[in-house]
Design a protein around this ligand. Structure first.
Ligand code: ADP
Length: 309
């Protein structure tokens, strides 16, 4: 269990983490989701005591990280995959870490096999590809058989095989009853890996929900209506649970009413329709909408991510 309570971090004038409170529970993969710069890495560094909170606190298994007598056995973390001694072989890197915790050679070989690095364990880590580096970082994280596993953007730069491998590994670790906390800036990735989501933007908590709930909440279908009498039609449609937006003249995007309801109302009023279609909101789009105000630098809005049905 990771317990974050009113956690804040400032760097000078910059508020990187702003009064975050949430819990990460064992037995499920929890995704830590937010656009770049949202404060995910800073939060994870504070979990490990690598950064000091400006205010608030964070504990792992009921204690501050630094207060655990054998922290590798409590929390296994991968924050920066390239943080290895490049001149050492993968096995020697792991043996050196293991030695600090009285962990034996057998466990080192076990984690090497677990992450699929047996073939290259005797090679210098400096020559590793990004994917192999990630695997080595994960091997190091798992060395102490920790109750909590925390990975910062582990799929960045990986090929589809590597991504699938990490996804299955994380689910397996959670199924063993561990606490698994993994960050990403991609909703689509998290939707396939995580069961629960902590969503942040500009250092603040935006949502603490199950993926299922997020998807249900996000899946508001929009009905796209074109009419030469769009202004009159808009007046007919708007109501307490109905929103109508229009990007261009003659076009309305309606949520809260079905295609049939809109078509019937238009017919009753004798209004002409040139288009009446349902647009499904993609998960990525729902995430963008949720975090739009919290993104530091936004690109031009586009209609990408929409699929007509
Ligand atoms: P994320 O991991 O979600 O991409 P970060 O935690 O890396 O976000 O960064 C959050 C914000 O804090 C960003 O605006 C970043 O520029 C700033 N930041 C992070 N680390 C430092 C630091 N050491 N000094 C100054 N600003 C920092």
């Amino acid at each position: 269990m990771i317990d974050v309570t009113n956690l804040s971090k400032r760097y000078g004038d910059k508020v990187a983490v702003d009064d975050l409170t949430f819990q990460v529970k064992p037995g499920v993969v929890t995704g830590f989701l937010g656009p770049n710069g949202a404060g995910k890495s800073t939060t994870m560094r504070m979990v490990l005591g690598l950064d000091t909170p400006t205010s608030g606190s964070v504990t792992v298994g009921g204690r501050r990280y630094a207060d655990h007598p054998a922290p590798l056995r409590e929390v296994g973390a991968l924050l920066e995959a390239k943080a290895v001694h490049t001149g050492r072989t993968a096995r020697d890197h792991l043996l050196a870490m293991a030695a600090t915790h009285g962990i034996g050679r057998r466990r080192v070989d076990e984690v090497i096999d677990l992450v699929g690095l047996r073939e290259v364990a005797g090679k210098r880590a400096g020559g590793f590809s990004l994917g192999m580096g990630q695997r080595l970082g994960i091997a190091a994280a798992l060395l102490g058989d920790p109750k909590v596993v925390m990975l910062d953007e582990p799929v960045n730069g990986l090929d589809p095989d590597g991504i699938r491998w990490i996804r299955d590994l994380l689910k397996g670790l959670a199924a063993e009853g561990r606490t698994v906390f993994v960050s990403s800036h991609l909703m689509s990735e998290m939707a396939q890996t995580a069961e629960h989501l902590i969503v942040v933007g500009k250092g603040r908590l935006i949502a603490d929900v199950s993926v299922a709930e997020f998807v249900a909440r996000a899946a508001h279908d929009t009905v796209r209506v074109r009419s030469p009498q769009a202004t009159r039609l808009r007046d007919l449609l708007v109501g307490p649970d109905v929103t109508v937006t229009g990007g261009e003249p003659g076009l309305l995007e309606v949520t809260g009413l079905t295609r049939e309801q809109i078509g019937d109302r238009a017919a009753t009023a004798g209004l002409t329709l040139h288009e009446l279609s349902t647009q499904q909101t993609s998960l990525e789009e729902a995430f963008m909408t949720l975090t739009r105000d919290a993104v530091e630098y936004t690109a031009e809005p586009t209609a990408a991510g929409r699929t007509a049905r």
